[in-house]
Design a binder for this molecule. Structure first.
Ligand code: HPA
Length: 269
């Protein structure tokens, strides 16, 4: 595993000539437009990175963009790897390990998700305050002691200071925010009505198929995490989930998410 991480990181270093990203950003379904906010210095296709799987989902471009936002050095992943694509959890989370190897000090994650909280509306942004993991844990297997502990603490997975910063910026920018618990399942099916109800009962506010593995791996390495879900459908209503609609709602709300991420990055310590 360490060899794979190092091989990918070495290759990326050869492409970015001394550029050291401070912030890693994972762009979820339909949110890849954020890449336009980055003054790019290097763009690397996943297919060229040793050990990287290929992204197979519509709406995910499959490239890493290195550059600056308001003078801060970032690396953004346009497209991520999902467990439902058939990858091992070690592959799903490899990019986070690699970004950590390149020196990121923060991880920003985003996704499209289904609202479970009945007060949520399509197009809302939900700040992830906590999660419930219904995917296999990505840390199962030998522990990489060099990177983090065998039994990592998962209190405060989502950094409170970053959430406070988001709240302040959203007020200044008049962006409506929701807050809640993200339930990460395997997909690729959307949930049944009974499953959405179950997710609500166990304390979930939004359901998705990603994010949790990457967050667990980042927290294993003690990297502070900030996460946002774009609510693209409301699970407890009668409407049916559809990938086209998820992408459209994602793009609309994505504009607000872009503003939030950019201002936050500008104001990071
Ligand atoms: N469930 C799971 N993942 C999703 C959903 C959903 O309702 N909407 C967008 N991604």
């Amino acid at each position: 595993m360490l060899e794979k991480i190092n091989r990918a990181a070495e290759y990326l270093r050869s492409r970015i000539a001394g550029f050291q990203p401070e912030v890693g950003i994972i762009l979820g379904t339909g949110l890849g437009g954020f890449a336009d906010k980055i003054a790019a210095e290097a763009i690397v296709d996943y297919k060229d990175i040793p050990e990287f799987p290929q992204s197979t989902v519509k709406g995910h471009a499959g490239q890493m963009i290195f550059g600056t936002i308001a003078g801060r050095r970032v690396v953004a992943m346009q497209g991520r790897f999902h467990y439902y694509e058939g990858y091992a959890m070690s592959q799903v989370t490899l990019p986070v390990r690699v970004m950590a190897q390149l020196g990121i000090r923060y991880l920003f994650v985003s996704n499209a998700s289904g609202g479970i909280n009945p007060t949520f509306r399509v197009g809302d942004l939900m700040i992830i305050t906590d999660h419930i993991n219904l995917l296999p844990n990505p840390l199962i297997g030998p522990n990489l002691e060099e990177l983090g502990p065998r039994f990592p603490d998962m209190h405060n997975c989502y950094d409170k200071e970053l959430i406070a910063l988001a709240t302040k910026i959203a007020e200044d920018e008049h962006i409506k925010l929701q807050y809640g618990v993200y339930v990460g399942g395997t997909g690729p099916t959307f949930e049944t009505q009974a499953e959405y109800r179950y997710f609500k009962v166990i304390g979930g506010d939004a359901a998705g198929m990603s994010t949790v593995p990457e967050v667990i791996v980042a927290r294993h390495m003690s990297i502070p995490v900030f996460g946002v879900s774009v609510i693209t459908n409301c699970g407890l209503s009668d409407e049916v989930g559809d990938h086209e609609d998820v992408q459209l709602q994602g793009r609309k709300a994505g504009v607000r998410m872009e503003t939030l991420f950019c201002k936050m990055i500008e104001n990071l310590k």
